[in-house]
Ligand binder design. Structure first.
Ligand SMILES: NC(=O)c1ccc[n+]([C@@H]2O[C@H](COP(=O)([O-])OP(=O)(O)OC[C@H]3O[C@@H](n4cnc5c(N)ncnc54)[C@H](O)[C@@H]3O)[C@@H](O)[C@H]2O)c1
Length: 372
């Protein structure tokens, strides 16, 4: 039986909609965005290419009520993820794909997971790199001892730790074999936006609290405050160290999502997200070379990884299996998200934070006196 799908938030969500529209066992029935022109343009494009034009909504609750999708994709700014996921679970959806980060704080994330678990809804969080052939190759090569014993993983990317560092954390945990983490120590810096740009923009009557892309508007992105730059050190249960540098503290010249894994007999470097050769291995002679591997291990487009994720999700539904059987399922997402909040909490208190993280709120908002 075909799965009825609906997507809300159609900028990043366009990738999801296009991936869903090409799957044989999925019928993309609804698109929702508060910007009707965006939704209409995408619906027209899908109508032309896939043969069925999805219905367009500008109100999410209305989409859930009218279209009754079995599968709901949430690709709105981060601050909407929790409420929209919980509403979808209550509406009778059987599966939800929520964009990363799962939420803005631990209270929300834990509620999302609990509500979905109670109602038998499979929830996956879109850290799609886990499904990339290059990352799978990297993890398998590391596990097979290609670079000896791994002792250090370094990641660097643009953007803030919550919205972009979440991918680095997820990738580091993935290539390390999804082990738990022990402790983290972090620091960040942030301009005093509250008394400058945001106040001025608010006075001018504009909504300075939502930004798109990497742009911060008055120190806010995706509906929550963000820092300008951050670093974090993490120790994993297996003794591996992870070092993360984001925003304006990222390593100069390195592209988005650059990750290097260093072992006793060599290193593996994934030098960015380009859909081309971006994987290099350094062995005893010190030179970086593309690894000897099949052509099928090159990076593929984001939409292919997202399509692969939906194909797996459809299989879970058909076989009545839990989301823990999906590589983007909640056990993986929650391990990384607890670490992410631990990183912000360490930066807030200036001390090492260990598992379990007791700070339930978004620590940066707490620090700024903005938490509700
Ligand atoms: N997995 C990835 O690689 C990846 C990449 C980019 C963004 N993202 C995530 O996707 C999400 C969206 O990011 P973006 O860059 O598209 O954000 P964006 O702010 O550029 O776009 C958000 C879209 O959602 C719409 N929207 C906002 N509020 C809405 C509401 N209440 N109801 C319906 N539509 C609403 C906006 O009109 C806009 O079209 C974020 O959570 C982000 O972290 C993930």
């Amino acid at each position: 039986m075909s799965i009825r799908a609906g997507v809300v938030g159609l900028r990043m969500g366009k990738n999801h909609a296009l991936a869903l529209a090409r799957l044989a066992d999925v019928e993309l029935v609804a698109l929702c965005d508060i910007d009707r022109a965006t939704a209409d343009a995408l619906a027209d494009e899908i109508g032309r290419t896939a043969g069925r034009r999805p219905d367009v909504y500008t109100d999410y609750d209305r989409m859930l009520d009218d279209a009754k999708p079995d599968l709901v994709t949430i690709a709105t700014p981060n601050r909407f993820h929790a409420a929209m996921t919980i509403a979808a679970a209550h509406s009778g959806a059987k599966a939800i794909c929520c964009e990363k980060p799962i939420a803005v704080d631990l209270t929300e994330a834990r509620e999302m997971v609990a509500v979905c678990a109670e109602r038998g809804v499979r929830l996956v969080v879109n850290h799609q790199r886990r499904l990339g052939r290059d990352f799978v190759w990297m993890r398998d090569a590391i596990a097979s001892g290609a670079i000896g014993d791994v002792y250090l993983i370094r990641g660097t990317c643009a953007g803030d730790m919550l919205s972009d560092g979440t991918h680095l954390i997820d990738s580091a945990l993935f290539v390390a074999g999804d082990v738990d983490w022990k402790w983290t120590f972090a620091a960040h810096h942030r301009d005093d936006y509250e008394s400058a740009a945001t106040a001025a923009a608010a006075a001018a009557g504009s909504d300075a609290k939502s930004g798109g892309g990497f742009d911060k508007l008055g120190g806010w992105r995706f509906g929550h405050p963000v820092e300008d730059g951050m670093f974090a050190v993490v120790e994993l249960e297996n003794g591996v160290r992870v070092e993360l540098l984001t925003g304006d503290l990222r390593v100069p010249g390195r592209p988005y999502h650059d990750i290097e894994v260093i072992g006793t007999r060599g290193s593996i470097w994934r030098a960015g997200d380009k859909e081309e050769q971006n994987l290099f291995i350094r062995s005893a002679d010190g030179s970086w070379k593309p690894p000897a591997r099949g052509a099928d291990a090159d990076a593929e487009p984001t939409a292919d990884k997202i399509a692969a994720s939906y194909a797996l999700l459809a299989r879970l539904l058909a076989e009545d299996r839990p989301d823990s059987d999906h590589p983007l399922g909640t056990p993986f997402a929650m391990r990384g998200f607890e670490l992410l909040i631990g990183v912000y909490e360490s930066a807030r208190i200036g001390e090492i934070v260990r598992r379990p993280v007791v700070q339930e709120r978004y620590p940066l908002a707490v620090e700024l006196g903005l938490d509700r």
